[in-house]
Design a protein around this ligand. Structure first.
Ligand SMILES: [Zn+2]
Length: 256
């Protein structure tokens, strides 16, 4: 049985910890070493691996210090510079973590936020880094809208019950923007209210599910007539292709 726990870091990052009942733990995107070390030591756990989705400092800053705690493999994207990486991954590769009941994760290339960003899918989980957020998606620092849309189109095909674990607590701000894009989306309105309650209580909004994202995340909904129409209105011209719709919604969010 694998337990997934959030280790908060910086202002709004989550470092996900996947652990078994024997106290062996794998962490995802440790941008800082200290909160991870504290989390593990307090529980008497042992670090047995590090998964990395992309090269940004708030996702890799703690890798070297944590890896030095033992014989800790560091799985990361082949196309990015990741300190201490021991296994370079690209789409089609699989990571099997023997300590976690042989959990097998498929590697997906999801460029857009960064050029070599990868995601991990397996055991009913999607470890999405900064590609797909709850209610949003990553900023396009190193990719085009078409690249990012293709990446998200891939994630959209995963089973709807998939649990989404992403790198930041951005959900409430994302949904505020989503309401501007789709003010008449009833599922979105309900989610917005629910998330506002959770945040008022100081609760995490993650994990989400892909089903929830499909119904409410404007960055997965480029083929919805309401999204197309409101994107066109916002841009002042008809958005003709899915890539156009996605590009308008992405730049709209950037200036929101
Ligand atoms: Zn990032």
């Amino acid at each position: 049985m694998i337990e997934v726990t959030a280790i908060p870091a910086f202002r709004d990052n989550y470092i996900w910890a996947l652990s078994n009942e024997h106290g062996e733990v794998v962490v995802v995107d440790p941008g800082e070493a200290q909160p991870v070390a504290e989390h593990i030591d307090q529980r008497g756990q042992r670090l047995v691996g590090i998964l990395v989705t992309h090269h940004h400092p708030d996702h890799v800053g703690g890798v070297t210090a944590l890896a030095s705690r033992g014989d800790v493999p560091v799985w990361g994207p082949a196309r990015e510079r990741v300190p201490g990486r021991t296994v370079a991954l690209t789409e089609g590769d699989q990571v099997t973590i023997e300590a976690l009941d042989g959990l097998t994760l498929d590697v997906l290339d999801v460029p857009g936020h960064t050029a070599g960003h990868i995601a991990f899918y397996g055991g009913g989980m999607l470890l999405a880094g900064d590609a797909l957020f709850a209610g949003g998606c990553g900023r396009l620092f190193e990719g085009t809208p078409a690249q990012m849309r293709a990446s998200l189109a891939k994630l959209r095909e995963l089973p709807p019950e998939t649990q989404l674990y992403c790198g930041h607590e951005y959900t409430q701000a994302n949904l505020t923007f989503a309401m501007a894009v789709e003010p008449d989306n009833e599922a979105l309105r309900e989610r917005y209210d629910r998330v506002a309650e959770w945040r008022a209580e100081g609760r995490y909004t993650l994990p989400s599910t892909l089903a929830t994202e499909l119904a409410t995340n404007p960055f997965l909904r480029w083929d919805q007539p309401a999204v197309q129409a409101n994107a066109a209105t916002h841009a002042g011209n008809a958005a003709s292709s899915p890539d156009d719709v996605f590009a308008i919604v992405r730049s709209w969010k950037d200036s929101f």
